[in-house]
Design a protein around this ligand. Structure first.
Ligand code: SF4
Ligand code: SF4
Length: 203
């Protein structure tokens, strides 16, 4: 897998879930299909009056989720910015041309209530459940910084092998310490819960 293929797959999925947080820190998620992909830049549109637009302007952090028919989850996390005023019309027109149904929603001059946002710096998490073992990969676009997650085994490992017997994907290899293959780990925590000396650490 690679980042551009992930982006292409998101385009095929079409309608994606966009999550933000509101003023009270409560999660807010909605489906968005008004999306245009320009290389790795992800442009999307909403109306200025919607709480989605207000949340993006206040905070910018957004998480986008797509799920393919091949059991692949593609998660994009980053900080969106509103497109500069002088560029708004250009990108709005590109999107309306690609997705003519939008003219039905905001006909004529009413489309001026729309505002375009763009995501340029973000991380991608690719997670596929149709392989054995499962596949997990991360990609970084622009200046985004990847925040590690999951589990690692520390030097306090005594090599008892318990974690190997508990791993549903059989992705822990023997050694001192034992090692988790991060590209195939479910991040389920079974090794963490069963290590007798707490050598498995949660990132
Ligand atoms: S269960 Fe803990 S101590 Fe035993 S091999 Fe796994 S990480 Fe090491
Ligand atoms: S978190 Fe789950 S899948 Fe990953 S190594 Fe531990 S037991 Fe295996």
């Amino acid at each position: 897998m690679d980042a551009l293929t992930c982006i292409k797959k998101l385009g095929y999925v079409g309608v994606l879930d966009f999550a933000t947080v509101d003023e009270d820190g409560a999660p807010q998620v909605r489906n968005i299909s008004a999306i245009h992909y320009e290389g790795t830049d992800i442009y999307f549109l909403t109306a200025r009056g919607k709480s989605f637009a207000r949340q993006l302007k206040r905070d910018g952090r957004v998480q986008i989720l797509g799920y393919t028919k091949f059991k692949e989850t593609i998660r994009v996390s980053g900080k969106a910015e509103e497109v500069a005023e002088e560029e708004q019309e250009k990108w709005r027109n590109v999107l309306y041309e690609e997705q003519p149904y939008l003219e039905n929603v905001y006909p004529g001059e009413t489309k001026k209530i729309d505002t375009m946002f763009v995501l340029r710096d973000y991380t991608i998490e690719y997670f596929c459940l149709s392989t054995r073992p499962i596949t997990r990969e991360y990609f970084t676009i622009g200046n985004a910084v990847l925040k590690p997650k999951g589990y690692v085994i520390s030097d306090t490992c005594i090599g008892c092998g318990t974690c190997v017997t508990k791993c549903p994907q059989n992705v822990i290899t023997e050694g001192m310490p034992y090692v988790i293959d991060q590209n195939h780990c479910l991040q389920c925590g079974n090794c963490y819960e069963n290590c007798p000396v707490q050598a498995v650490e949660r990132l």
